[in-house]
Design a protein around this ligand. Sequence first.
Ligand SMILES: Nc1ncnc2c1ncn2[C@@H]1O[C@H](COP(=O)(O)OP(=O)(O)O)[C@@H](O)[C@H]1O
Ligand SMILES: [Mg+2]
Length: 257
Amino acid sequence: MASKKGKTICVFSAKGGVGKTILSINLAGISEKLKRKTLLIDLDLTGGGLSVALNCYSMRNVYHLIDDYINNRRRDFSEYVTKYDDYIDVLASPKDPRQGNKIEAYFIDDIIEQASYYYDVVIIDMSHVLNDVNLVTLDQVDKILFLMTNDPLELKNMKSIMSIFRDLEIDKYKVILNNSRDINKNYFSFFDLKNIIKTNIDYTITPKFYIKNIDTYIMNGQIITLHPKCSSTFAKDYLTMSTIMIDILGEGLGDNK
Ligand SMILES: Nc1ncnc2c1ncn2[C@@H]1O[C@H](COP(=O)(O)OP(=O)(O)O)[C@@H](O)[C@H]1O
Ligand SMILES: [Mg+2]
């Protein structure tokens, strides 16, 4: 068990398909490199592919955890997670999307809170929908990573989500511009993007991080940032992802808990 409460983060966006799942997995890899015990939670409850991407097939998932909570027969937290490796565990989303639709927001905050006592870092991969489960998640976590791409439709959605965040007084977010998802889309300059969304862009993942053979990684359940050559082949983006994690942990590279 982590010696003190771990950091909880979620990866959110205004649109699907912007790279949230890939980023969540890669940040877990960085967290492992920083020797942090990490839990990846797949809260994309109807379309989640995180455990599939990591080849982590589980008997129980977040649906069972909540169902057992409601029915007062909850097992130990560890019985709901699947081990990826010595540092990373996965709490999967339901295999059957019908179960995903049944999950209500009750206990989501408890689950995140509990996870933070067992892990140094909890990374929650989400859907882009502003439903109750996601609103509770956004409220509960220590930090929101808002992933965006250079896409006109997405920017319009993002503008409205940013104004909802302002209404809800949510300011614990960092914006990440993902230029690796679709390297041909560069409609707006960095300056224009900031002006459109009226908020700062904190980190940028460059087109260099476009992984041609990403499907091979997914088929093999591999995490790109754990590949021995990742830090040299993708030096700039590896550094950016490390900086994101270090900023979240709020401490220097060599520090230990
Ligand atoms: N760095 C990258 N290089 C190449 N393809 C990527 C990259 N990041 C994401 N993709 C591809 O983009 C698609 C959507 O990514 P995903 O992480 O599933 O998005 P989201 O979780 O936001 O819906 C996937 O098919 C994935 O393979
Ligand atoms: Mg996803």
